[in-house]
Design a protein around this ligand. Structure first.
Ligand code: BG6
Length: 509
């Protein structure tokens, strides 16, 4: 019997097809900041260029500038020219720019919000945005409350059931558990929980989504993805850059709050969680929350963590200054630019398998990866000299750059009677796929406009992240200042000591 033909174009569940946002617009607060110029504006253009935005899409900029619509359009133009991923096409640009508007004003200025209301209504009429609007708060979290209240008071936050209103915020979601709860109460006092889209841009990366495909679309890996075979896991986010012009944000925040609480704990959750029953927001959240609740800190936080601050050094052949000499950093700052910690995951699958996390600025190169390091073979029928250069097997998910997966295993060296040495087997995105990967923000912005929530962390996950990190931050705050490491080196001595205590070593950067 032949199976009936199903036209995939008619199947709304078919996730292979390009998904296109329905009629809608976006209001962007904080248009002059780095996030807007380097990520949000280019991603909007790239989506338009890929034909994934509705023809009447509109973008309203709101800021404390005395600008006309054209000035705002020029800012977006420059940002697109500099940072867009796809080629610049006059036709795409012209159509998109017709939907640009600018509303000048302070966040507490009622008149400005009345203007915003009128602008949004005008767009609904002339561009057909149909009352559907996302409010992207690319502004410091201290202003989230004021803007949310203004949106509510001016009737911009409420939908009438047929239209939608969503708010988009970026990490950091607070700086500890208490402030994260406060922030959430402010936002959820105005928007329904499912209208709050929290961006952790790591979840928008193709390589990060691929962790689930690798684990759950294949049969090869899952049987060995557990304590029976895995010795330990290393999750690394190394950056070669310093803090640049972000002193105001970074000082007092540090590496652990900046990227471990969110990006690295997301990577840990995707690596360690059980299979979700479906690829939908609730099922994913359930598994991520379960695994996060099972994460434990080392009994001795001092021994199970390390932190450092970069000092002047050499990077890429260039002399760079130390953290304490960066503009805007007080000379006695104790903020860490290097953070490492050992976590365990108390589940049947992972009991006894340490997860080592490290994140830092000014390391020798930019590299994010998850490495599963396997136990040694229980018995080797070769002599010790034959296997002198044989390490532990490893499966490495290369998140960026050089996206792909490496499997490291021992192989006989040709021409020797028997010598076994490590070799690598590589999968590289660039070689296997002709499509280039969209930027994380393209995927996430499109999901906001479509209303597709699986890639956005929920409040529960955020809170569990702080529950893990808060005791570490408290410990660090009440102990000595961070160690130092020269820019361009692999971190402070205490990080190697942390691994050495467990008889292990970090992977080379
Ligand atoms: C951000 C951090 O979330 O991620 C930055 O605040 C960091 O400090 C950035 O530089 C790195 O992102 P990516 O995508 O380049 O790894």
């Amino acid at each position: 019997m032949s199976t009936p033909y199903v036209n995939p174009l008619r199947d709304p569940e078919d996730r292979r097809l390009p998904r296109i946002a329905g009629p809608c617009g976006m209001v962007l607060f904080g248009v002059t900041g780095d996030l807007s110029r380097k990520k949000v504006m280019p991603a909007i253009y790239d989506l338009a260029n890929r034909g994934l935005l509705p023809p009447g899409f509109s973008l309203v900029g709101f800021a404390r500038r005395d600008w006309a619509d054209e000035d705002f359009a020029n800012i977006v133009h420059d940002s697109v020219k500099q940072h867009a991923r796809t080629e610049f096409r006059e036709e795409t640009w012209r159509q998109l720019a017709e939907g640009f508007r600018f509303v000048p004003g302070e966040f507490d200025d009622d008149v400005a919000f009345e203007n915003l209301c009128r602008t949004v209504e005008e767009l609904d009429r002339v561009r057909g945005t149909d009352g559907n609007h996302a409010f992207y708060l690319a502004i410091p979290p201290a202003f989230f409350g004021t803007v949310a209240q203004q949106l509510r008071e001016h009737g911009l936050a409420q939908s009438d059931g047929k239209t939608w209103r969503r708010v988009v915020i970026e990490k950091p979601f607070g700086h500890d558990l208490a402030s994260a709860r406060e922030l959430n109460a402010t936002l959820e006092g105005v928007f329904a929980p499912n209208a709050v889209f929290r961006i952790d841009h790591y979840l928008g990366k193709e390589t990060v989504q691929n962790i689930l495909a690798l684990r759950f679309a294949n049969e090869m890996y899952e049987p060995i993805w557990n304590r029976g075979y895995v010795d330990h896991v290393q999750i690394t986010m190394a950056e070669d850059i310093g803090i640049g012009s972000r002193a105001g944000y970074y000082d007092g925040i540090g590496a652990a709050r900046d990227v471990i609480q969110n990006h690295l704990l997301q990577l840990l959750a995707l690596t360690a969680m059980e299979e979700p029953v479906a690829f939908d927001a609730d099922s994913l959240r359930q598994e991520k929350v379960k695994v996060r609740s099972a994460v434990r800190l080392p009994a001795d936080i001092g021994e199970g963590t390390a932190r450092g601050q970069y000092t002047a050094g050499w990077q890429g052949g260039r002399q760079v200054r130390g953290f304490l000499e960066e503009e805007g950093i007080p000379p006695d700052s104790r903020t860490e630019t290097y953070a490492a910690l050992r976590l365990s995951v108390d589940t049947r699958r992972w009991a006894g398998v340490p997860f080592y996390l490290r994140a830092a600025k000014r390391l020798p190169r930019r590299m994010t990866e998850i490495a599963l390091i396997f136990q040694r073979a229980p018995h080797l029928p070769f002599s010790a000299t034959d296997t002198e250069e044989l390490g532990q097997n490893a499966l490495v998910i290369r998140i960026q750059p050089d996206e792909g997966i490496t499997v490291r295993f021992g192989s006989k060296v040709p021409g020797t009677a028997m010598e076994v040495r490590d070799v690598n087997m590589d999968f590289a995105y660039g070689e296997s796929f002709t499509e280039s990967s969209p930027e994380a923000y393209e995927r996430l912005l499109l999901d906001v406009l479509i209303g597709d929530p699986p890639l956005f962390p929920r409040q529960e996950e955020v809170e569990l992240g702080w529950r893990i990190l808060d005791p570490v931050e408290d410990y660090w705050a009440s102990h000595d200042k961070p160690d130092s490491y020269p820019a361009g080196t692999a971190g402070p001595p205490s990080t190697d000591a942390l691994m050495a205590r467990d008889g292990r070593a970090w992977r080379r950067l």
